[in-house]
Each structure stands twice: as C-alpha cells, then as structure tokens.
Write a protein that binds this ligand. Structure first.
Ligand SMILES: [Zn+2]
Ligand SMILES: [Zn+2]
Length: 232
C-alpha cells in the first residue's frame, strides 16, 4: 500500500472540473429553468428565517473539514493512476456506492429514526416538511460528519480488499454520492427525460420528509428499501 498524493491531486482537480461543468450545464439547460426558479424562491424564503443560515454555514464548514481529512488521510492509500480495465472501473463504482448505501440505510433507519440514538440530531433535518435545494445543507453538523465518514469508511474498507481504485472510479463514486444527496432535496416535478428520473428521486425523498415515520432510508438507489420493505 502506498501514499499516492499525485493521484489524489488529479482526483481533486477532476472533481473541481466536473463540478464546474455540472454547474454551468444546469444553469444553461432551459428545461430546468422553471424548477430552478421554484427552488430559488423557496430557498430564499427559508434563508430569511433566523434558524437556516447558521446551520447551513456550520454544516458546510464541518463538511469541508471532514472532506479535507478524507483526501489527506484516506484517499491517497486507496487510489491509483495506473490504468485499469474499464470493467474493473465500472464494477468498483457500483460496489463502493452500494456498500456505502447499505451502511447508510442501516444508520438512517435504526440510528436516525425509530428509537435511534441520533434521532434528535436527525430531527433537525426533518424540520423541512417540503424540502428544496437548501435543505440538502440544513443538516446538523454531526449528521454531516457521520454521513461523510460512512462514505469514506466504506471506501477505505473496500480499498483494503479490492483496491487500489482508479481515479475514475473514485471520481464517479464521489460525484454520485455528493450530487444525489443534493438532487433528492431539490423540488423537481418534470414529465420528460431526464426530468422524469430526477422527479422520481425528488418525490421519493420528499415522501421521506413528510414525517419521521416514513420509509425511503437509502440515498443512492432505494434498492435496500425495496429489499427490506420500507419503500414508500
Ligand atoms: Zn430521515
Ligand atoms: Zn433529506
């Protein structure tokens, strides 16, 4: 096992570049105009409430620090720039995301809900009965720490057995993890592709927010909700 900081820097540059392109495209795609306006209007009303800005700021700060630790202390040990077959890159992406989602499902269902130890911490996020974009960041910092740690812990554990992972595997896994968690909070109601898929993701998570006793505990695919009978 080696400490590959060069590959880590390439990963970071890739993530920054992909996020910039993603933001540019979502701003330019006409089909998103209406939905963007709805989310912006709702977000600005929420941010005008006293309780929103400090939570959003604390959450972003803690998220930044946790990510920094991840990229300095975990990623360099499980990443490689050496070429790998495309099938391995694709399989690794699926495995990282599905293993993370399994741990997240268990944590969300049994620690954040029910009689879970962190129920009160998670209840803050559930104050949003009708989530919009900003609610992806209206999260208790402790919950943000747990979420990112579950992702980095899953990647680190898997890295020991089936790593190192190619830069592309980690880049795609991180982008899906981060962006799905934002997309599922955005209010999206559209009829045509890709709006239809995005709407399904958004509606499913909105169902979860209605009260603390709904299902839909996983964030990546809802597969575990289907398997364990908690899909609503
Ligand atoms: Zn929840
Ligand atoms: Zn949520």
């Amino acid at each position: 096992m080696s400490y590959d900081w060069q590959a880590t820097l390439v990963l970071l540059a890739t993530l920054i570049g992909a996020s910039m392109v993603g933001n540019f495209l979502t701003r330019r795609i006409r089909a998103f105009d209406g939905m963007r306006d709805i989310n912006r209007a709702e977000d600005s009303q929420k941010l005008a409430q006293e309780k929103y800005p400090p939570i959003v700021a604390a959450n972003r700060k803690l998220g930044g620090i946790t990510n920094l630790v991840f990229y300095a202390a975990v990623v360099p040990f499980i990443i490689t720039i050496n070429p790998q077959p495309l099938w391995k890159i694709a399989v690794d992406i699926v495995i990282i995301l599905m293993v993370y989602d399994f741990f997240y499902y268990l944590t969300h269902r049994f620690l954040f809900h029910g009689k879970g130890y962190f129920r009160r911490v998670h209840a803050l996020h559930h104050q949003a009965r009708k989530p919009t974009h900003i609610d992806a960041f209206y999260v208790h910092p402790l919950e943000t720490f747990i979420g990112i740690s579950l992702f980095m812990g899953s990647a680190a554990l898997l890295g020991l057995f089936i790593g190192p992972f190619h830069i592309a595997s980690l880049a795609v896994a991180v982008l899906v993890f981060q962006n799905l968690n934002i997309i599922n909070h955005c209010h999206i109601r559209m009829d045509s592709f890709p709006g239809k898929t995005l709407s399904w993701i958004s509606v499913k998570h909105a169902n979860h927010h209605k009260d603390m006793h709904q299902g839909n505990y996983s964030t990546i695919t809802l597969l575990y909700d289907k398997v364990f009978g908690t899909l609503v």
